[in-house]
Write a protein that binds this ligand. Structure first.
Ligand SMILES: [Zn+2]
Length: 176
């Protein structure tokens, strides 16, 4: 994985119009980019390969299997994401006319996304693949809320989180 220095990240942020005090103000830490990744299959929505670190992948498989035993289908939507891909997501939103302030309420700045670590996973359900707050009303979310912690997965952005990121019931991060 290409590793960005702090200087390169600062330059990238400047180009995207991300304020220099982003990290300090939002308390969204810089994230280490994954070194080793394994595939956990393809995204249920767009078919792109979903990758996690080996240990996060093992935890995910155990959790998915336990859920299946309870009749719950957890579907992976997005795992590892590169810094370049995060920047491309922000550029696309800027090109669509959104302000950087509005974008940064929904998307972490490049270098600061938990998806860089290969431990974060966006999860959908057969009835909801849309990465929206409505996922919180699914039985899959209720199952995750009750059981994910046992497998090391935590909800990173609950309602009214201190980072000023919107509620993301689909986004879970594995912590060893
Ligand atoms: Zn996510």
């Amino acid at each position: 994985m290409p590793v960005y220095s702090r200087t390169q990240l600062r330059r990238l942020h400047r180009r995207l119009g991300i304020p220099a005090d982003y990290e300090a103000r939002r308390q969204i830490p810089w994230q280490r980019v994954a070194v080793r990744l394994v595939s956990i299959g393809r995204a249920a929505d767009d078919g792109r390969p979903v990758r996690l670190t080996p240990r996060a992948a093992t935890a995910w498989r155990a959790m998915q299997k336990a859920a299946a035993a309870d009749g719950i289908r957890l579907l992976p939507l997005s795992g590892y994401r590169s810094v370049a891909r995060q920047a491309a997501i922000i550029r696309a939103k800027l090109a669509a006319g959104k302000t950087v302030t509005a974008i940064l309420r929904l998307v972490a700045a490049p270098g600061h996304s938990e998806h860089h670590t290969g431990r974060a996973l966006d999860i959908g359900s057969p009835s909801n693949l849309r990465l929206e707050a409505g996922f919180a009303r699914t039985r899959e979310f209720r199952w995750l809320f009750a059981h994910a912690r046992k497998f090391g997965f935590r909800l990173s952005y609950p309602r009214k989180n201190r980072h000023g990121i919107g509620y993301e019931p689909w986004h879970w991060c594995w912590h060893h």
